[in-house]
Write a protein that binds this ligand. Sequence first.
Ligand SMILES: Nc1ncnc2c1ncn2[C@@H]1O[C@H](COP(=O)(O)OP(=O)(O)OP(=O)(O)O)[C@@H](O)[C@H]1O
Length: 903
Amino acid sequence: MTEMMTPAMRQFYEAKQAYPDALIFFRMGDFYESFGEDAKTIAKELGITLTARGKDKTGEKMPLAGIPYHAIDTYLPRLINKGYKVAICEQLEDPKQAKGVVKRGVVRVVTPGTAIDSSMFSDASNNYLMAVAGREIGKSGKSEERGEKEMEFGISFLDISTGEFLTTQFTDSESFEKLLSELARMHPAECILPPSLYGNSELVAKLRDQTIVQEFAPEIYGPEEAGENLKAHFGVATLEGMGCEKLEFAVSSAWAALEYAKTTQMRDLAHINTLRTYSNTEFMVLDSITLRNLEIVKNVREGGDENSLYRTLNFTRTPMGSRILKKWLLKPLLSVENINLRLDAVEELTKIPLLRYDIRDWLSDVRDIERLVGRIVYGNASARDLVALKKSMDVVPSIRDCLLEKAGSEILKEIAEGLATFSELENLAEMIEKAIVDEPPITVRDGGMIKPGYNPELDELRDIASNSKKWIAVFQQKERERSGIKSLKIGYNKVFGYYIEVTHANSSQVPEDYIRKQTMSNAERFFTPELKEKESLILTANEKAVALEYEIFTELIQALSAHSRELQETAGRLGTLDVLADLAEVAENNNYTRPQLTEDCKILIRDGRHPVVESTVSGGFVPNDTEMDCKEHQFLLVTGPNMAGKSTYMRQTALIAIMAQAGSFVPASHTSIGMIDQVFTRIGAFDDLASGQSTFMVEMVELANILNNATPRSLVLLDEIGRGTSTYDGYSIAKAVVEFLHNRGKVGVRALFATHYHQLTALEDKLKRVKNYHIAVKEDGHELVFLRKIVPGATDKSYGIQVARLAGVPEKVIERANEILKELERENVFEETEDSENGKKRKSKASARYTQMMLFDPGSGSESSERVKGLSPVEAALKKINVDEMTPIEAMNKLHELKKLLG
Ligand SMILES: Nc1ncnc2c1ncn2[C@@H]1O[C@H](COP(=O)(O)OP(=O)(O)OP(=O)(O)O)[C@@H](O)[C@H]1O
């Protein structure tokens, strides 16, 4: 049966056998075709027509799906993004020599993490492949207290299109917090795991929530062999210079990533010429929850970057700049010195606007050099890519010279000096300029790329070919006259070459020396010995010219490849410069100021604004101050009506700190930030129904993470803890959380806590570092005026009903709600309570009874019916208790609370 298959189909099945888990794309002339089951999948996923051709192994017609060769960039991402692996089959021999049966084979396997086609990812993102290595280690420290095992992980991230390669190693908890935090920050398209970790279903499930996970078992995964292989790849004697010589899991993961990339790409990836080891302790930790809650790079609603901090700050001119800016925001620094280096450069660029304008102007001409170099090294660059690279290189001398002359800050000087070390830059640019035409064709196999005058041999061949065209025209005229057939014409096609075409009606008139070549439906085609001779001359000249052009182009590619490291470094320097100039531009346009960074634990922000909200609110943003320290203002309890601006205020504090530590100016008139090692957030309710967790469960899981991991250097934002359960439980949890964070370690944790549990504000009197603040509003008749101003002290009103009216809740409901509220307030008596600590009298609206009602589920009908029946609060509460279901501790707590109610 297999005899029925064409040679192409046979080769297709050979490829399929070698790559059973990949969809095969098989190059046939101007198309990529796929057969059989692969064709069905491709047609379904891409919504293209499924046709049939030839016979398959069983003699049936073979399903076929095809896409035009030049459209692969459009279609491939749609499959890759769905997690498919694709194997690309191309002609294997050098086309110059290829004669007879064309041998095709797999030249590249494309997986999500190894895609290099630019259309697969936005310019602003890296396309990372992540590799993990690691194992369980014994329990220690905090994890032992919690009865958890610890894991030691090495992880690496490789972007094969830009050549960026990073690795790190760290100890993690059993719930993989750090690993998942890195995953959230780097957002890899694919993650590979060795069999030992792939067997850990919990790990795989958590990774799969965020990326595509594959098992990959390179033959050599041990640290020693992996290290040797990495050294061989980089051509170095030790990995010490890259910082990972002794980090066995980092090394193993780095080799796994590189090996996977080499195996799929089937080339040695020389442009991946260095590995950078980083440490988690270099950067502020922003876990996935915080990244989401603060909308650092994506918005919560649609997941796009609109209204994210990144979008607000990103006016970079180059794709490298966008990518670096994103990295800076995802990884704010922890070293005051390094942050100041960035800030010095930003400040300089704000102070010398002309320098900034010039730089940004020049940078507008710079294309994605990192990816262009990737394509060059890959051998799949087009002549257009070289022109783009040349245009990008053209501006470098101007930038370099201008910076050498004017730059004073350290980073700008370093950039200038770094650019100056690339001595071959101008020669390489000139080489491209001389060789390649200004607007070359898309393909590199059909000629037309090399400028006339660049190569004498090429000029000569082209001459022959073009003179021959004139010869053909003369020949046609001569033959028309000789035969007397006016409609006689000379034609050409790829299969038959040149021919003389005459209609059937005239075919009897042809001269005797015409030799029949082909009969068409309405014409006859002939040739003569003279035409045959000229044909071979023309065709060889053309063929030779195209081949020579390709050869010249390949030489250029090789010359550029030899400088791939310098080109990548240049790209990195231009990208960094772009970010610095961008931050300066944004700072100038938005009235940002330079923050101070300190090693103490103070946070002082004067007239702070939310960088994103300030550009979207109508009527102007009201700036606010923040003052935190570890002495008196360590835990700020923020109260205020719904919609007052509590969340905005808390978020702006965190965002200003993140911007400052990333090296950006900030939206405030004065800022001083004591280094923050991690921002934790528990904001809003995001259902995680997919994972089977309730809203409250999600809230508690996030809270547990904060309580277990926040350090005195952390900043914690808590918005409405305990909202997802009954008031009683919620209040208890909220209060316990304040106490816990306040007392954590010796100094506690810096935290902002927005709450509607007004009873919590009494904690200010008991816990010395808790301070009350509220966001002021003004009542104007029925109207509620939001002043948006944070002021010291607590508030005791929620104004929930007024806000409900503003939101358009029907007036009937609002009236009834007001009646119920008044009824509740009638029960309420003003009382003077003694502040035991300082002996001052404090007025509190909350009577014991009111407080009790809040604690014991104020909204419930049963509560008010108990009241109507005339039970005292303590009696009502006692009635509700089910002693059989209580633990001794719960019973003790309850008793304690009941006693307090008695006063
Ligand atoms: N300082 C400010 N200046 C101007 N407008 C502000 C300011 N702060 C907040 N706003 C506006 O008020 C809206 C509500 O703010 P926010 O969500 O922070 O209120 P909230 O007090 O947290 O509300 P809730 O308690 O209902 O969650 C914001 O979307 C923003 O438009």
